[in-house]
Design a protein around this ligand. Structure first.
Ligand code: CO
Length: 211
C-alpha cells in the first residue's frame, strides 16, 4: 500500500508490458480485439476494494461500475447505461453487487447528519435503513448493526437491479443471475449472501413489472 510516484507508475507500466509479452507475444493483440466478459460487477469506490483481487480476474473478465456504497439507483443515467450495455450488448451472464463491511458510505448513512452534496446519495442507503428499521434497531451492538446494514444494502441493491427494465427482461429470458456478496476487509473473506433472484422476482414483480 506504499505511495507510488507518477514516474514509478509509468515505469511499472513498461515492466508490465514486458511481462505480459513474455508470457504471450500476442497478449495485447488479443486484448484489443474484443471483450467478452461474463460478469458485471458493482462495488464500492473504496480504495481497499480491488475488483481484480475479489474476482480473481484478468483484463477482459469483468465489466465494472463502482460508486459510494455500491448503490443501484434507478435515477442514475450512468449506472442505467452500464446495465444496458453490459446486459444487452456484452450479454454478461452474471451480475454481482458486492458491498463491504467497514463501508464509510453506509456508516455515514447510519447517522442523521447533514453531509451536503452527499445527502441525496446517502438517502438511498437511509431508505434501506428505514425499510429494515425494526430488524436493525433490534441489534444492540452498533458494529453488528452496521454489518447488517451493509448486508441489507447489498440485498436491496440486488432488488433494485430486478426493478430495472433491462435486467427484468434478461431474467425473464433466463439468461442472467444476480449475486449479492460482501467483502470482509477484516479477514479478506468474500461472503455470499445467497440472493434469491427467483424469490425477489416473485415478490416484487407484482409492483415493479415493466413487461
Ligand atoms: Co464503501
Amino acid at each position: 500500500m506504499a505511495y507510488k510516484t507518477v514516474r514509478q507508475i509509468f515505469e511499472h507500466n513498461k515492466e508490465w508490458i514486458a511481462e505480459r509479452l513474455k508470457s504471450d507475444p500476442d497478449y495485447f493483440k488479443k486484448l484489443s480485439q474484443r471483450q467478452v466478459p461474463k460478469y458485471l460487477f458493482f462495488g464500492c469506490s473504496d480504495s481497499r476494494i480491488s475488483t481484480e483481487a475479489i474476482m480473481a480476474s484478468e483484463p477482459g473478465d469483468v465489466f465494472t461500475h463502482r460508486n459510494i456504497a455500491n448503490v443501484i439507483s434507478g435515477f442514475d443515467l450512468n449506472i442505467l447505461s452500464v446495465i444496458n450495455y453490459a446486459v444487452n450488448h456484452l450479454r454478461v451472464k452474471r451480475i454481482v453487487v458486492c458491498g463491504h463491511y467497514g463501508c464509510g458510505g453506509v456508516k455515514t448513512a447510519m447517522s442523521s447528519t447533514d453531509e451536503g452534496l452527499l445527502n441525496p446519495w446517502l438517502r438511498n442507503i437511509r431508505d434501506v435503513y428505514r425499510l429494515h428499521m425494526a430488524e436493525l434497531n433490534n441489534i444492540g451492538q452498533t458494529e453488528a448493526r452496521y454489518d447488517r446494514l451493509v448486508e441489507l444494502n447489498v440485498i436491496e441493491q440486488c432488488i433494485n437491479l430486478v426493478k430495472t427494465r433491462d435486467v427484468q427482461k434478461a431474467l425473464l429470458e433466463k439468461r442472467i443471475t444476480i449475486h449479492g456478496w460482501v467483502f470482509d476487509m477484516r479477514t479478506g473473506q468474500l461472503i455470499d449472501l445467497k440472493f434469491n433472484t427467483k424469490k425477489a422476482m416473485k415478490e416484487i414483480m407484482a409492483i415493479y413489472t415493466v413487461f
